[in-house]
Write a protein that binds this ligand. Structure first.
Ligand code: ME8
Length: 512
């Protein structure tokens, strides 16, 4: 039986349209999910929208619409963005769904049964933008002397009756967990930050609100809805059928990987494991906090007017180019910058001029000179062995890089073999060898086609559309596209469809 692998993205606030940061996270998590599927694992990949909380209530009020209507409309846009980006989610969760309310109430009751919830009064600072409570000592001063959260968002003084979670009780268990599981929080820099924060002491956490009713009702406490992060984090469990232990999805818990952005690492590595310990549930195996995507090095903001709609980039460059750029150009875990010129430069070099060009030239010679059939190779030489070795090395390095979640290095490993294959083709020049030694030309064309096949399989998790087109052009069956097919060489004699271009050359923007 295939080993289960459960991977999730954060669930996005549907208080506005998706932006490029949301697209980036979905692409990165999708690439990891597809990699594990290609490796033969039983993958479940979940994404979705986080629809409760004060931010949603206030945005709806400002727009003069019902909060449910806002959630419905925007959640639909997030789902279509995922579809347009070839995101292979198995489930798109919405926290307004009844099964999610049931799961959130179940974890609440489990925490209560462990004596970790008590009624008291909250008085302190709250940032609606971050949906987060802050200690006085964490606040910073704004330009006009006003108090701001450490993320630079406005805070308001809040005082209301609230249920509290005994977070303080979990300080030592959390530190013990981090120490025993060095890979629980990645990358390393974020792990250090979290450990320092927890070592500094944890206050109990206010986990219910009474000033609005858009949320999951607290069981047995009239007038209280859960603090949005309690229900939001529980989405990962809802997706595995919780609290139904007999659900066929229960095998996916604990999650193998939560992919999230750097701004919400604390929620996922302090609050979430503490809630799970309290409810006596297993902890996710790993949380990865990726960096932020910046527009030409600048933070995106509505006031600067540099918020990019991912749908515009897809329309302009195509899905493969956008996916390839984001995965290859950003060091996964660090902030990355994008611009139209950088996308064009990177994708033309690696997709159009390298892999695409190799495929185009090799397949059109086969179509013209070999009757459209994969030619039979004759005896190979040391250079063919070197080509095959470079592809085998790419596979090993790909596995190692993916173990470290170094997505950019994983692609670099594959493209290093692609460069070798291109050089092989250019130097062996089958179009000219054909005039004097047709059998040798067939050998070269065979090995080039086999290299394209292996490269397409090695790159498919990152650029599924283009890789599948290449494999279609090589007449490869759907069950011959996973990593185990790397060792089953191309069969000579099979008929190939008429070749066509796979990675178009992109045009530089006019003002570049
Ligand atoms: O935080 N670059 O939702 P969200 C890269 N609902 N990633 C970015 C980004 C950027 N410029 N801006 C945001 C929430 N993100 C909560 C999550 S999970 C139980 C609840 C990332 O819509 C951000 O870090 O504000 C987060 O991982 C995701 O987009 C959704 O952000």
């Amino acid at each position: 039986m295939a080993e289960p692998y459960y991977i999730t993205t954060a669930i996005s606030y549907p208080n506005g349209k998706p932006h490029i940061g949301h697209a980036y996270e979905a692409i990165a998590a999708d690439a990891i999910a597809r990699f594990h599927r290609q490796a033969g694992r039983d993958v479940r990949f979940q994404t979705g929208t986080d629809e409760h909380g004060l931010k949603m209530v206030q945005t709806a009020r400002d727009k003069g619409v019902e909060v449910r209507a806002l959630a419905d409309e925007m959640s639909g846009l997030f789902r279509s963005m995922c579809d347009s980006l070839d995101i292979s989610y198995d489930h798109f969760i919405r926290t307004t769904e009844p099964d999610h309310h049931r799961a959130s109430q179940a974890i609440w009751e489990a925490m209560a049964a462990n004596d970790d919830l008590y009624l008291s009064r909250y008085e302190g600072w709250y940032s609606v933008r971050d949906e987060a409570f802050y200690d006085e000592k964490e606040l910073v001063e704004g330009e006009g002397g006003e108090k701001l959260s450490p993320q630079g968002t406005p805070v308001t003084w809040t005082a209301e009756e609230s249920w509290f979670f005994r977070l303080s009780k979990y300080q030592q268990p959390l530190l013990d967990h981090y120490a025993a599981n060095p890979d629980f929080i990645r990358p390393e820099s974020r792990r250090n930050e979290v450990m320092r924060f927890v070592e500094g002491g944890l206050s109990d956490l206010s986990v219910s609100r009474t000033s609005f009713d858009w949320g999951v009702k607290v069981p047995g406490a009239e007038g209280h809805v859960m603090y949005v992060w309690v229900d939001a984090l529980t989405n990962y469990l809802t997706g595995t059928g919780y609290p139904d232990a007999a659900s066929p999805l229960a095998k996916y818990w604990p999650a193998d990987l939560h992919v999230i952005g750097k701004d919400i690492v604390r929620f996922h590595t302090v609050y979430w494991p503490a809630f799970l310990m309290s409810a006596k549930l297993a902890l996710p195996k790993a949380v990865f906090g990726h960096g932020f995507l910046l527009n030409r090095g600048e933070k995106m903001s509505k006031s600067v007017g540099n918020v990019t709609d991912p749908m515009d980039l897809i329309a302009r460059f195509g899905v493969d180019a956008l996916r390839y750029f984001m995965l290859r150009e950003v060091s996964f875990g660090q902030d990355g910058s994008y611009s139209e010129e950088a996308i064009v430069t990177r994708c033309n070099a690696d997709l159009a001029n390298n892999l695409g060009n190799l495929a185009q030239r090799c397949l059109s010679i086969i179509a013209k000179n070999c009757d459209g059939k994969v030619p039979a190779p004759g005896e190979s030489t040391a250079i063919e062995q070197a080509l095959s070795d470079s592809l085998a090395k790419a596979r090993t390095e790909l596995d190692e890089a993916m173990d470290d979640l170094a997505l950019h290095n994983a692609l670099e490993a594959v493209w290093s073999a692609a460069r070798f294959a291109n050089q092989y083709f250019a130097e062996q020049a089958p179009w000219s060898v054909r005039k004097t030694d047709p059998a040798r030309a067939d050998t070269i064309l065979y090995h080039a086609a086999e290299a394209i096949r292996r490269l397409a399989i090695l790159a498919r998790w990152a650029i599924p559309g283009g890789a599948d087109k290449l494999l279609d052009l090589l007449a490869q069956a759907p069950d011959a596209r996973d990593f185990d097919a790397l060792d089953r060489p191309l069969a000579p004699g099979i008929a190939l469809p008429a070749p066509s271009g796979v990675f178009p050359r992109l045009e530089m923007p006019a003002d570049a």
